[in-house]
Ligand binder design. Structure first.
Ligand code: TXA
Ligand code: MG
Length: 298
């Protein structure tokens, strides 16, 4: 990585495809490997406060509170960019998205490079995010030189992204429920999905399996429509469906979030005619789960 290489590595959320953030050519290789459009900015990963100081030009008081409370962990903050961070990382913007991952392997990598690492999720552009090393290999193949394999990630959903100025706003729901952020700093505005200028790169068709997916309550799907289709949800028995995956038998949102992409990968591989995904209440992790399901359905 110090020589400009790109490496896939695990974080607590999903696997990332990393390049040293201050090396514009290496970062360009990440965009190429993913087939990602250059208007979609990357998240910069830092080990600690010292590394953060080289990535951003200022840390507002509200950001300081969130950092103390939630880092290392699945929270990405959009702050003002330090000059040293090339514009290819931020898609030309004066802001930079930054987070400090809690995964031991990610932290060991940051400690070894001693440089901030720019890393999007390690999947081909528009495809499902990888929660296992095998997913990375399946999606990117030999476009990546090395994958650090630490098994399945624990959270399974990408980080929550918030902007702090001019006022706190949620740009992407994720593994840290926005309610917890609000408990720390007060109200956080929910940016509606099509306001693309606030969350660049958040294209509607992100996280798409190849199989057509729709959001539907199994209770509303007549038996004769289930043949050949797959079910994703909470029910123990999805009668009449060709295949099914249960996100959590206990109804746990945390377990459901951790299993979501994995279940989508598995169902997608079965080549069913359709996936019916059961909706969940949009509270806590339910907000991020529904966000990913809607995108998969687009
Ligand atoms: O959990 C995660 O966040 C994972 C792991 C690898 O850290 N990373 C991840 O990266 O999900 P990616 O590239 O799939 O999503 C990054 C998103 C962009 O699509 C964009 O919406 C937002 O972060 N972003 C990046 N820089 C931004 C900025 N300056 N302003 C607003 N949004 C930004
Ligand atoms: Mg991604």
């Amino acid at each position: 990585m110090r020589g400009g290489g790109i490496v896939a590595f695990p974080t607590e959320t999903v696997y990332g495809l990393g390049a040293v953030a201050v090396d514009a050519r290496a970062v360009t290789r990440v965009f190429e490997a993913k087939g990602r459009p250059s208007f979609d900015p990357l998240i910069v990963h830092v080990l600690d406060d010292e590394m953060l100081a080289g990535v951003v030009s200022a840390v507002p008081a509200s950001a300081r509170i969130l950092i103390e409370r939630f880092w290392p962990g699945p929270l990405t903050l959009v702050l003002s960019r330090a000059r040293r961070i090339p514009l290819v990382v931020t898609a030309g913007m004066e802001t930079v998205a930054v987070r400090s991952p809690s995964h031991d392997v990610a932290r060991a990598l940051l400690a070894q490079t001693r440089l901030p690492i720019a890393a999007p999720s390690a999947n081909a552009f528009g495809a499902l995010s990888p929660t296992r090393a095998e997913h990375v290999v399946h999606s990117l193949g030999d476009r990546v030189a090395l994958v650090l394999d630490a098994g399945a990630t624990t959270l399974g959903l990408e980080s929550t992204i918030v902007r702090l100025e001019p006022q706190p706003a949620l740009l992407r729901p994720g593994a840290l429920p926005v309610e917890e952020i609000e408990a720390a700093i007060g109200p956080v505005e929910r940016i509606v999905r099509h306001e693309s200028s606030a969350a660049p790169g958040r294209l509607e068709h992100h996280y798409a399996p190849r199989t057509r997916l729709r959001i539907a309550r199994a209770a509303d799907v007549p038996l004769e429509q289930r043949a050949g289709a797959a079910y994703l949800g909470w029910a123990e028995s999805a009668e009449g469906y060709a295949a099914s995956r249960v996100l959590s038998t206990q109804g746990s949102l945390r377990e459901a979030a951790a299993r979501l992409f994995e279940c989508l990968y598995e169902l997608d591989a079965l080549e069913c005619t359709r996936i019916d995904a059961e909706p969940v209440d949009e509270r806590g992790l339910g907000l991020a789960i529904m966000d990913r399901l809607r995108r998969a359905a687009t």
